[in-house]
Design a protein around this ligand. Structure first.
Ligand code: CMP
Length: 158
């Protein structure tokens, strides 16, 4: 995801604390998220209608290991750190996603995810995320591709 899109995302959310509906204005930003690259405009519109933005202050916890999971996140601005029980911490940057595992297997969160600076995320609730994945194979393939890459990286670092 380009700095431009990340900056635009951050500017669009300025002055709007808490959770905000996204809507069509966000479609150009979502189109730059690697997870959504192969989605049609119609599907991007659907994603934007289901998603919200949420901000996190530097140092705050976004996801806690062991908690039940009900939300999927895409990082739109800032950086976050994934801390797993084993292996090296993993840095997430604008365009990366997290929080998918607990939603796929109905198990507790597998890792802590911490905001390294001021972070802007896009969030989708569990039922909307599952519906999107079922209806959009391109999205499912991208999720699986990243999961495979993360598994390989985790095996190397353990
Ligand atoms: P979930 O288990 O729902 O919540 C914690 C998230 O951290 C997890 O989903 C993944 O999105 C992410 N995560 C867990 N382990 C790793 C890893 N080894 N590398 C990158 N991201 C991870």
């Amino acid at each position: 995801m380009s700095q431009l899109a990340a900056g635009a995302a951050a500017r669009a959310a300025v002055g709007k604390p808490g959770r905000n509906r996204m809507g069509r204005d966000w479609i150009p930003v979502l189109a730059e998220v690697p997870l959504f690259t192969n989605l049609s405009r119609r599907h991007l519109k659907r994603v934007s209608s289901l998603a919200r933005t949420r901000r996190f202050h530097s140092g705050s916890s976004i996801v806690r290991r062991g908690d039940p999971g009900s939300t999927f996140y895409v990082l739109l601005d800032g950086t976050a750190r994934v801390v797993t029980p084993k292996g090296r911490p993993h840095r997430l940057k604008a365009g990366d996603f997290f929080g998918e595992m607990a939603l796929f297997d109905d198990s507790p969160r597998s890792a802590d995810v911490l905001a390294e600076d001021e972070v802007l995320t896009m969030t989708i609730n569990c039922s909307a995320f599952r519906k999107l994945v079922r209806s959009e194979p391109a999205l499912a393939v991208e999720l699986l591709r990243t999961l495979a890459a993360r598994l390989r990286a985790a095996e190397k670092s353990s």
